[in-house]
Design a protein around this ligand. Structure first.
Ligand code: KIV
Ligand code: ZN
Length: 522
């Protein structure tokens, strides 16, 4: 049996489907490029039949990504498989992942069919998908709760129909490791054609068992793990990619398998996913939490000073967490910035040097010293910013009387290049700024979540504001970063206003296309 475990990342499918506001095509592409750099073998990037937006993002990613295999999800229905195949067809090689539920609960209550009917649908779907590619994966949804005889029959039939990967999901995160490992062992013992497929696992974290279940499955012969960056996904999330990668690397002599993950990319990929998905990582999260490499107690610090391996089983550097604090100030030239970006693993195609350098100088003037994490944040914000942004925040002046609980804000916003100034009051500085921005842009949004965090450490940190805003039933995620938290809040709302404006333009365009089609058909 091979000692290589295939890493199948589903951040952009299972992870994305759990977000409050969906990602834009550009954001998904940014994550896909980071996943490619991280070295995932397969990336599942969407469910093309679900919406035209999903179709477009799968197609865009399939066109761009070359080093990882791109995959899309389809129910065991021809129309789903057609959509997946069509979106993926721009790639040289691709995978279609089709699935159907196999547990009695799902078969009877959700599908309202018999197990025999479901078996026929699965076989039909796999054969149909094979018309488009040799690389077909089949998943037995809710396998963790499927009677083992039925599961063995389903796996054997799907392999015979042409599936080259068979995925065994613990869809509701119900099993414990001994039980889940037992399911995988039984499949290897009882399914006669099992050697013709790779056995994959896809575990959810409802009982906090997803990583342990996946590792146990590998010990029993599974050779693909489905996971997401930071463990994001439905409900409590999916098995976390970074934990799997570091378990298999750190305990290689015990487990005897390896992956193609470039561990040094873990830290920044985690950061990017957390930022774009508006999903903060808990401080004590294994591998990527802010405290994962922090030693607090005196006894531990003393041990660390004597020998690092007293309390560290892996180093922060191994996941790309570089504590280098090179002194960058407004006197630092472009070459210093470029050099730091290179040391952090970014190439010039990841950011716009001119925009980054301008933003760096502005920040250096305000803060004095700029750190690696600031630079990363600026490069990230530049990637976020639309260079042709319709609304741009030019000035924000706020006066606040905290004893009375009133504040006044004046904003100057460039709208398509023309400046407009508006003032408004509110029950605090952020509220006043938001009212003034709403006036200037003539968009009234409902803020459903507002999160204030820090990017960086201590007094030198930048304020980061993440908001989710609802406009006409649709959620938009805005991000702002500045030394001043009110300014960061205002930037986040302006970011949302730009997304709304873009969504309105897309809607207008679609309506015009529809009208011209109708006129054409009269
Ligand atoms: O959790 C699950 O069962 C899934 C399948 C579609 C693989 O996400
Ligand atoms: Zn899932």
């Amino acid at each position: 049996m091979s000692d290589r475990v295939i890493i199948f990342d589903t951040t952009l499918r299972d992870g994305e489907q759990a977000l409050a506001a969906s990602l834009t095509v550009k954001e998904k592409l940014q994550i896909a490029l980071a996943l490619e750099r991280l070295g995932v073998d397969v990336m599942e990037v969407g469910f093309p039949v679900s919406s035209p937006g999903d179709f477009e993002s799968v197609q865009t990613i399939a066109r761009t990504i070359k080093q990882s295999r791109v995959c899309a999800l389809a129910r065991a229905l021809e129309k789903d498989i057609d959509a997946a195949a069509q979106a993926l067809s721009v790639a040289e090689q691709f995978r279609i992942h089709t699935f159907i539920s196999t547990s009695t609960i799902h078969v009877e209550s959700k599908l309202k069919r018999s197990f025999e009917q479901v078996l026929d649908m699965a076989v039909g779907a796999v054969k149909y998908a094979r018309r488009f590619t040799d690389d077909v994966e089949f998943s037995c949804e809710d396998a963790g709760r499927t009677p083992i005889d039925n599961l063995c029959r389903m796996v054997e039939a799907a392999i015979a129909a042409g599936a080259r990967t068979i995925n065994i999901p613990d869809t509701v995160g119900y099993t414990v490791p001994s039980e889940f490992g037992g399911i995988i062992r039984t499949l290897f013992n009882r399914v006669p054609n099992i050697d013709q497929a790779i056995i994959s696992v896809h575990c959810h974290d409802d009982l906090g068992m997803s990583v342990a279940n996946s590792i146990t499955a590998v010990e029993q012969g599974a050779r693909q793990i489905e996971c997401t960056v930071n463990g994001i996904g439905e409900r409590a999330g999916n098995c976390s990619l970074e934990e799997i990668a570091m378990i298999l690397a750190t305990r290689k002599s015990l487990l005897g398998v390896e992956t193609g993950i470039r561990a040094k990319e873990i830290h920044r990929t985690s950061n990017l996913v957390s930022q774009l998905c508006n999903m903060p990582v808990q401080a004590n999260k294994a591998i990527v939490g802010a405290n994962a490499f922090t030693h607090s107690s005196g006894i531990h610090q003393d041990g660390m000073l004597k020998a690092q391996n007293t309390y560290e089983i892996m180093t922060p550097e191994s996941i790309g967490l570089n504590r280098n604090n090179l002194n960058m100030t407004s006197r630092s030239g472009r070459h210093v910035i470029k050099h730091r970006m290179e040391e952090m693993g970014y190439s010039e195609r990841d950011y716009d040097m001119d925009l980054l350098y301008q933003a760096f100088l502005k920040l250096a003037d305000k803060k004095g010293q700029v750190f690696d994490y600031d630079l990363e944040a600026l490069a990230f914000m530049e990637a976020q910013a639309e260079t042709d942004a319709h609304y741009q925040l030019q000035q924000l002046v706020v006066q606040s009387d905290s004893t009375e609980g009133v504040a006044t804000a004046t904003v100057r916003i460039a709208i398509d290049g023309e400046s407009k100034t508006e003032a408004a009051t509110g029950n605090g500085p952020v509220d006043a700024a938001y009212n003034a921005i709403a006036r200037a842009t003539a968009h009234k949004v409902n803020i459903s979540s507002y999160k204030l965090g820090a990017k960086g450490e201590g007094q030198n940190a930048l304020g980061q504001v993440d908001i989710t805003a609802n406009y006409h039933g649709q959620n938009f995620h805005g991000l702002g970063l500045a030394t001043d938290v009110v300014e960061a809040s205002a930037q986040a709302l302006v970011h949302v206003m730009n997304l709304i404006r873009r969504a309105d333009r897309v809607a207008d365009c679609k309506q015009r296309m529809q009208q011209s089609k109708e006129l054409g058909s009269v």
